[in-house]
Design a protein around this ligand. Structure first.
Ligand code: ASP
Length: 594
């Protein structure tokens, strides 16, 4: 017996043989999925990335192959030479594409034995994620994981093809840089050659892509790794991939159109799925009011409706006190849910509270009449007006939250998502949506200072320029996000290209000219030499593939992801380093007390 390939060449994958191949002499290779020994007659399901093929070893016809087959176990790597045959009547497996045939082995070579894996290599077994991550190379052998990688590859390729066809150049930008502000913490890289100095890893190529516009590249893209040192936030990874794009001589409309064409082409070419463009658009203000979020899932209704005007002076204190102090009463209509139990309503209330509301007020529109804590305060006229506002029918449930307007919508937005799931309203459709007209500025965490919502290079809308100094929080930005099924896929903006406006912006953000020079001097210098009007967008590749693969976390579509606490369970990173390495990097450790 040999464990070398010798002169054998694989002739087919394990997913390709069909009835038309019967009689052919073939050589297959792969991993042993299962081995069944039926009194000397041995069946092996042989697996590779393309699928499974049944191999049969008859002790009479091929005694040596049968003897070798008797030794193999799950995940052994083997090669088989034999003849394709029709499976005997009654043993066809309709679930397998190769299920009509089997390969009768003449020779079998064990190329490598294998330890028993810590979990079976199959899709339908539940395995603790920590174990999957520790043995990722085995986890990736499972067919679904391979399919995620393959889908990701096809999408990446389709994006590259489309952008290349549209005249974009893929340009690499450095990984060891000076900080780019995207609002997260930087990963630091100590410099050995410059004691006490640090590079940081890019949170995005933002400044470099803008410099490429000054450089006259006009159309840039890069499928690029970005790094953000965030505390274990749900479904974030310290490193992730962006499709990063920047264009010159464009406005909002041009970037949106380019992005739509790219998304449509990628879905068609990578998945055979057609999506209609242009995608619908919604302003940020509308999204926050009607869906309580800046990434609405519009696959279902349950929209938030304001009914403050109908409830002034209604006498129900929960409503009137909020309305008098400038708040709002908003609600959603849950069709056919009038009979929802007290317990279920209570559970919804907990969700509303978790979203920051003080509570909710249900109004059950049952056949026997309206029921709920507000009912005895509501005149028939008010009740009718409410029903009309919500287009409610008998049998529906109305849920109200009285609070500061945006907080009321935020709580209802959370309820909406929960109800959408619970009532089975969420379809398989792909619902793309642009969110436009984001605010330019917001109150930052620290002492109410102004902060950029997107980043400090985002341009204000021309219409709002005159209130920039007077009422900066009211200014809208030339910024846009693309949302798919309630997940933010990407975002970008038209940039400031004039020095005067950029200086005003830094002023509003409390960045002194000295600080601006120290942090972005190179960009400001570049902008003195004729920066073209420009703008761009970046898409989160991991998240896009996650949604398109129907997965719940980005870890499912990354080959080697890290845990929530940014650890690599397979390699053990991050890990200690040799004292000599620290010394060379001029680093002395001061660790927190255990
Ligand atoms: N650099 C931005 C980000 O990473 C995207 C952009 O403005 O193009 O979110």
């Amino acid at each position: 017996m040999t464990n070398e390939l010798g002169d054998w060449r694989r002739t087919h994958s394990n997913g390709g043989l069909r009835r038309a191949d019967v009689g052919q002499d073939v050589i297959l290779m792969g991993w042993v999925q299962t081995r069944r020994d039926l009194g000397g007659l041995i069946f092996i399901d042989l697996r590779d990335r393309e699928g499974l093929t049944q191999v049969v070893c008859h002790p009479q016809d091929a005694p040596e192959a049968a003897a070798a087959a008797a030794l193999v176990r799950s995940e052994f790597v083997i090669a088989v030479r034999g003849t394709v045959a029709e499976r005997p009547a009654g043993t066809v497996n309709p679930k397998l594409p190769t299920g009509e045939v089997e390969v009768r082995a003449r020779e079998l070579r064990i190329l490598n034995p294998a330890e028993t894996p810590p979990f079976p290599i199959a899709d339908d077994v539940a395995v603790d994620e920590a174990v999957r991550l520790r043995y990722r190379y085995l986890d990736l052998r499972r067919p679904s994981m391979y399919h995620h990688l393959a889908l990701r590859h096809r999408l990446t390729k389709a994006v590259r093809d489309h952008l290349s066809g549209a005249g974009f150049l893929e340009v690499e930008t450095p990984m060891l840089i000076k900080s780019t502000p995207e609002g997260a913490r930087d990963f630091l890289v100590p410099s050995r050659l410059h004691p006490g100095r640090f590079y940081v890893l890019p949170q995005s190529p933002q400044l470099f892509k803008q410099l490429l516009m000054v450089a006259g590249v006009e159309r840039y893209f890069q499928i690029v790794r970005c790094f953000r040192d965030e505390d274990g936030r749900a479904d974030r990874q310290p490193e992730f991939t962006q499709i990063d794009i920047e264009m010159s001589f464009v406005g909002v409309e041009d970037v949106i159109r380019l992005a739509e064409a790219m998304v449509a082409a990628a879905l068609r070419n990578a998945m055979g799925r057609d999506v209609a463009v242009p995608f619908p658009r919604m302003t940020y203000a509308e999204a926050m009011d009607r869906y309580g979020t800046d990434k609405p899932d519009i696959r279902f209704g349950l929209e938030i409706v304001d009914c403050s005007d109908l409830l002034r002076d209604c006498g129900f204190q929960v409503f009137t006190s909020v309305l008098e102090s400038g708040g709002a009463v908003r609600g959603i209509r849950v069709p056919g849910a009038a009979h929802m139990s007290r317990r279920d309503v209570h559970a919804l209330e907990e969700t509303a509270k978790a979203a920051g509301a003080r509570g909710l007020v249900p109004l059950h529109l049952g056949a026997e009449g309206a029921r709920g804590p507000a009912v005895r305060h509501l005149s028939t006229a008010r009740l009718t007006a409410l029903q009309e506002r919500f287009q409610a029918k008998t049998g529906d449930l109305l849920i109200f939250v009285a609070d500061e307007p945006r907080r009321s919508s935020a709580a209802l937005g959370r309820l909406r998502l929960e109800l959408g799931q619970r009532l089975g309203l969420v379809s398989e459709a792909l619902a793309f949506l642009w969110i436009v007209e984001f605010p330019l500025l917001e109150r930052g965490q620290d002492a109410g200072r102004l902060a950029a919502v997107h980043h400090p290079f985002t341009a204000p809308m021309d219409e709002d320029l005159d209130v920039l100094d007077r009422d900066p929080l009211a200014v809208r930005a030339k910024a846009y996000d693309l949302v798919l099924n309630g997940v933010e896929l990407g975002g970008g903006s038209i940039r400031i290209h004039g020095q005067a406006l950029q200086a005003r912006m830094f002023g509003l953000l409390g960045i002194t000219p000295e600080a601006a020079r120290e942090r972005f001097g190179f960009l400001l210098d570049a902008f003195q030499y004729g920066a073209p009007p420009h703008g761009g967008i970046a898409f989160g590749m991991d998240r896009a593939v996650m949604v398109l693969a129907g997965q719940e976390t980005i870890r499912e579509v990354m080959a080697f992801p890290k845990t929530q606490s940014a650890a690599d369970l397979m390699t053990g990173a991050p890990s200690a380093v040799e004292p000599s390495a620290l010394e060379e990097a001029h680093i002395r450790l001061k660790l927190p007390e255990a």
